[in-house]
Design a protein around this ligand. Structure first.
Ligand code: ATP
Length: 135
């Protein structure tokens, strides 16, 4: 029988960030953005360091997602990520400071590794600021 909702779980090594039945899930894959509605075929994607969104009865939930994977099967969506936060739980001052620190690190970078680490920290901070700006 056709289902009307998706059971969404957003999981990090630390905790379950979100678990609920929702109407739709949208996320940013490494190859572009995508959305799933109930009864979508099984699907998997690598996630970018960016945001994701779930809709339930007209309510929208925004999340920052620090990479990871998205799996969809039998109307269960699982986002497994190194870190993820609900938009409402994001400390924007912390994210802004992290971004400024990383930008300073980038301008003083001496090795490719420094550049990579700084860019990754900037991407994490930007994902958090983007998710928080939608709350
Ligand atoms: P910071 O330099 O501020 O620690 P970071 O990008 O190095 O940022 P992470 O290593 O990605 O932080 O995350 C460490 C933990 O802190 C995770 O549990 C993550 O959810 C949480 N976290 C990081 N930044 C924020 C934020 N701005 N608001 C809320 N939680 C955050």
């Amino acid at each position: 029988m056709a289902e009307k909702t998706i059971h969404l779980k957003i999981i990090t090594p630390e905790k379950i960030v979100f678990e609920d039945d929702v109407d739709a899930v949208y996320a940013q894959g490494k190859d572009g953005s995508f959305g799933v509605l109930p009864n979508h075929i099984p699907f998997m994607s690598s996630l970018a360091v960016d945001t994701a969104k779930a809709e339930k009865n007209g309510e929208v939930f925004n999340f920052s997602i620090i990479g990871g994977t998205f799996q969809f099967k039998n109307n269960e969506a699982i986002i497994l990520s190194e870190a993820a936060e609900c938009g409402n739980d994001i400390d924007t001052t912390r994210a802004q400071l992290a971004k400024e620190r990383a930008e300073a690190m980038l301008s003083n970078a001496e090795t490719k590794r420094d550049i990579k680490l700084a860019n990754a920290a900037i991407a994490r901070a930007m994902a958090r600021l983007k998710a928080a700006s939608k709350r």
